[in-house]
Every structure is written in C-alpha cells, then in structure tokens.
Design a protein around this ligand. Structure first.
Ligand code: LLP
Length: 432
C-alpha cells in the first residue's frame, strides 16, 4: 500500500509506523517531526551483516555511513548490532565517541581532512583512516610520529567505474575530487610510497562508486578492478593488501515503481565475484568492508508536517503548504528527488489529487515535490513524507532561522525522543 512496508493504517484511518499512530506522534512531539523506525534500522543492518556472514563466511564488516543519519542514539543502535561506522568529519567522530561507540570499528574518510581531525582520529583510536591524497599521507605520518602512534590506513581509489541507476560509464573517473586514480598509475605510485612508510600501516584499499544504485553489476566490476590492483601490488611490490572496502551506494525504494535488488543479493553476488577473482589471481581473500548509509536508514524514516494554506491556482496547480520544507529536506531543491506522501489522518482514503507540496521558506523553489498523488489535504491535516530517513536530518539547515525538527525513534509502537527540537535560544546560541 505504501512505499515502505513498516507503514500501515489503523482503525482510525491514521498512518502508523511500526504500529505507532503518526497523528499521536505529531500531537505529542509537534511538527515538523522526523520519525525513525528502530526495528527496521536494526533489520536492515542485520540483512547486510547476516548475508556477509553467510556469503563471505564472516570475513566482512558493515560500516554504517553516518553521513546518511548521525546522532548519538543512532550510534548506540549500530554499536549494539555489532556493526561499524563510516565517519567523515570530526563532528561525526565526536558524536560516535560521546555515544560510547567502539572506535576501532570506525573508518575515517574525507578528501580534505584537517590536522585537527587526523590528530583526533589517533587520539580516539579509529580503526582505519582512509587516506585521500599524498599530502594527507605526509601530514598523517608526521602527526603519527609526533604522537607515537602507528595508524592503519586504506587508500581511497577511483576504480574508473561510475554507476548511475542503469548505466555504467567508464569515463570521467579522473574528474573526481576523491582519491587516487588507477589508470594514470597514480594509485600504484602512492601505494609504493605507503608500503615503505614507517609511521603508518598500509592495510587496505577503498572505493565508492556512487549512491542510490539499483544495479549489482557496477559493484561486481568495481570489486574486480580493485582485486586486479591488489594482485598487481602483490606481484610487483611483494606486498599483501589485507582489506578491501567497497563503499556504499545500495539503492532503496522511494516510489512504488522503484524495484531495487534485495541487499542480500548484492552481498551474495559481490562475494562470489571476490572469491572467484581471488582464486583466479592467486591472492588471499581480503577482509571485506561495505559502507551502506541510505540502505540502512532511508526507508526507516518519515517526516510529519502540519498543513497550513491550501492554494488552488485554476488550471495550473494546487499548492499545499506545510510547516517545514527545504531546511529539513533539501533533496528536492538539490536533486529533484521524488518522494511519496500521505495525508496521515486520511491514510485510508485514496490519493486522488495531484498537488505540489510547498515548504514555508521565502524561496519559490522550496518544495517537497510536484505532481504528488495525495488525499484531499486541508489546513490542520498532517502530511507524512515517506522514506526520508537518509540525508534529510543529516542535511538539515536553519535557513530563515527555522529551528531544526526533533527526531523521534519508534520501537514496537513506543516512541522516545532521539534528538530534541531546536529552541529559539539554540538559534541565537552563537550570536554575539
Ligand atoms: N561511503 C562513502 C565513501 C560515501 O561517500 C558514501 C556516500 C557512502 C559510503 C554511503 O552511500 P549510500 O549507501 O548512502 O548511498 N546527499 C546525497 C547522497 C550523497 C552520498 C555521498 N556519499 C543524497 O541525498 O542523495
């Protein structure tokens, strides 16, 4: 009935998420409100790590990409499932540290890491630093020497595979701000240097081919390319690379017509390719890492808004204005991302109108979506926008000095606050 299976309709005709009545949530916590389904988050993590165990015999690790959704409670959930984290800033690291996350299960990314961030990584003992460029390697070496540490590193590699929903383009790989290029020899030269570094341990290679990818083939191609590189390093430098990190990017369902492959299938097919390639190339099977973000939290989240004005422009369109918009979900204005929406207090009725859901900012482009099928919405109704769990809260901003919404976690029908709504004092906290 809805794009995410954890949603339902109760006897009052209200939309439910994991059994919790969304209208009651909106009344209790106010709107706009992010609601996250904890059971679904856990189930998604398990789908990945269970299939890693099944198809790669437990020699894999799932690192949740915290850029998709980061807060202390999320870090606690990931930790309690035994999974790791991908962090990309000192802010994401700090969140994990404060949540008591086991830092040896964290990989730290970034194409422009500061010295402060590198020092912090060593101080808190992150598992791997994924090094992006040679000047960063030199800075890290100096910092490690100074601090008397020997961090494990991976190299971010551009494997020359660019994945979009249904196409694979083998050009443009050099034109990326991330990592070392393979085909120019840059990556090989960098590895040559790294293996002889005294202050770091060169442990693995990493690639990330894109996001919201439905096809498995580009992941298989990336794995093959990376393993070919591992074999080259072994044959020419006599050095065995132990870790292979294939990044994230697994696509999810935003609209009913989307049909992504099951996560298990990704892992099954990629594991099979890795094993076969290793046998063919005569190299040891590396420890495998993946970094799903969207796939863990995307479908687990919804956003609740209250409807204000309904504006019908005859023969043109109907605007339904809500009390949030681009500050809590900038994905339409950035990427024209499409979402499904429901009038949560009329969820048992057909969505027989097509409307534009508009945000409340002083900006015409501030829309949640256009041409969206919706029940007849009027002032005071609650609209739920579905599958907003990834890259919404984490990309939220305070344009027009709007307060960022609260995050509520729901588990077995019970709700609890995960992040409080910003107050007016939060808005002026750093003003002088
Ligand atoms: N690993 C690395 C190194 C990444 O750069 C990313 C995402 C991920 C893992 C997680 O990818 P996922 O599994 O979530 O697709 N703001 C955009 C998405 C940007 C993704 C950037 N990197 C959006 O809202 O669609």
């Amino acid at each position: 009935m809805f794009v995410s299976e954890n949603l339902g309709v109760n006897a009052k005709g209200h939309l439910t998420i994991d059994g919790a009545d969304t209208i009651e949530l909106a009344q209790q916590y106010g709107t706009p409100l992010y609601v996250m389904d904890e059971n679904l988050i856990r189930e998604n993590l398990r789908r990945f790590h269970d299939s890693m165990n099944k198809f790669y015999e437990g020699r894999g690790e799932v690192h949740f990409a915290s850029k998709a959704f980061s807060c202390m409670e999320m870090c606690r959930i990931v930790a309690s499932e035994g999974d790791g984290l991908d962090a990309v800033s000192i802010g994401e690291l700090y969140t994990a540290v404060k949540a008591g996350f086991p830092m040896e299960k964290v990989g730290f990314h970034g194409n422009n890491k500061s010295d402060e961030e590198l020092r912090y990584c060593l101080e808190v003992g992150v598992g791997h630093i994924i090094v992006d460029n040679i000047p960063e390697l030199h800075r890290l070496e100096a910092i490690a020497k100074d601090m008397g540490k020997k961090p494990h590193i991976m190299f971010r590699i551009k494997p020359g595979i660019e994945a979009h929903t249904h196409e694979k383009v083998l050009t443009g790989q050099i034109d990326s701000k991330f990592g070392f290029a393979l085909e120019t020899g840059e990556a090989f030269e960098a590895v040559k240097e790294a293996v002889s570094c005294g202050n770091v341990v060169f442990y693995g290679v990493h690639c990330h081919i894109g996001s919201q990818i439905f096809d498995i083939e580009p992941f298989e191609e990336a794995a093959k390319t990376m393993l070919g590189f591992i074999a080259k390093v072994k044959n020419e430098l006599g050095y065995e690379i132990k870790g292979l990190n294939l990044g994230g990017g697994f696509g999810i369902k935003y609209l009913t017509e989307h049909d992504p492959e099951p996560f298990e299938k990704f892992i099954e097919r990629v594991s099979a390719v890795v094993k076969a390639q290793c046998a063919e190339l005569g190299i040891a099977q590396p420890r495998m890492y993946i970094e799903p973000g969207r796939a863990i939290v995307g479908s687990a989240g919804i956003t609740l808004y209250k409807v204000g004005a309904r504006k019908v422009i005859p023969d043109i369109r109907t605007y339904i204005s809500v009390d949030g918009g681009m500050p809590d979900n900038p994905r339409y204005i950035l990427y024209q991302s499409e979402y499904e929406a429901v009038v949560a207090n009329k969820a048992d009725q057909p969505r027989d109108e097509k409307v534009t859901i508009a945000g409340r900012c002083c900006e015409s482009g501030d829309l949640i979506g256009e041409n969206m099928p919706l029940q007849h919405a009027e002032s005071g109704d609650i609209i739920a926008v579905l599958a907003t769990g990834a890259y919404n809260f984490s990309m939220a901003m305070t344009y027009n000095r709007l307060q960022r919404p609260a995050v509520v976690f729901v588990k077995d029908g019970e709700a609890r606050i995960g992040v409080r709504r910003e107050s007016l004092d939060d808005i002026i906290r750093n003003d002088v």
